[in-house]
Design a protein around this ligand. Sequence first.
Ligand code: URA
Length: 252
Amino acid sequence: MGDPIEILKWYMTAGIEEICADSPVNFLQKETNMSSVGGERPATSVLAQASQAAYSNARDLCLQAETLSELRKMVENFEGCSLKFSANSTVFGYGHEHAQLMIIGEAPGADEDRIGQPFVGRSGHLLDKMIEAIGLTREACYITNVLPWRPPGNRTPTDGEVSVCLPFLQRQINLIKPKIILLLGASAANAVLNNGESISKLRGHFTDYQMSDGSAVPTIASFHPAYLLRAPAQKAKAWSDFLRIKKYLTEV
Ligand code: URA
């Protein structure tokens, strides 16, 4: 048995920063299975019903929000998504309430969770530079995420978490009524366009998002800045997506 402090430091170095269950699980024991994590799991149908109820609750609440600040308060008070309880902040959208360009990412990361604003970490700095390169500023846009809470350890959000939080995003789109929406990465594009296509297929194309009032807003998907930081050779494609946005905004 090694020094527990050294083991914890090793976990931190490996990016494991969150504890996801109340009690430890020995995965080396043969009889251990996932049902023992955090005690007995409720039947899937019970979980599904709980998500359905949380989704309906979020959708009904949203319809009562006439302004972004009312909606922000609702999201801050909403308890139907368990991500809220592991996050430090509720990261609501930031920017101009009549923005022409609305930008949607996946979920807050560690920096956003600490500061309480979307895209303020390394990917946010790259996003700011890209926005400025097409003659806009962060303040002139409206920047938000599919999820207002950071998933522990930045894991990919589950379909349930996305569907419960989706009404809050849809209401932000309805209230802002942007001229165009930029979807950053597959999670945001799949959630808003309700499909399962890869980002390589989706990026660079205009696809209409249908609002509840029957009107449509064009969207364009592009690579997530976090991916561009890992794969800088793809920046040229992202740049061409941003130029399409600039061209669209100068023509409408
Ligand atoms: N990645 C996202 O998708 N959103 C943020 O706000 C930060 C990083």
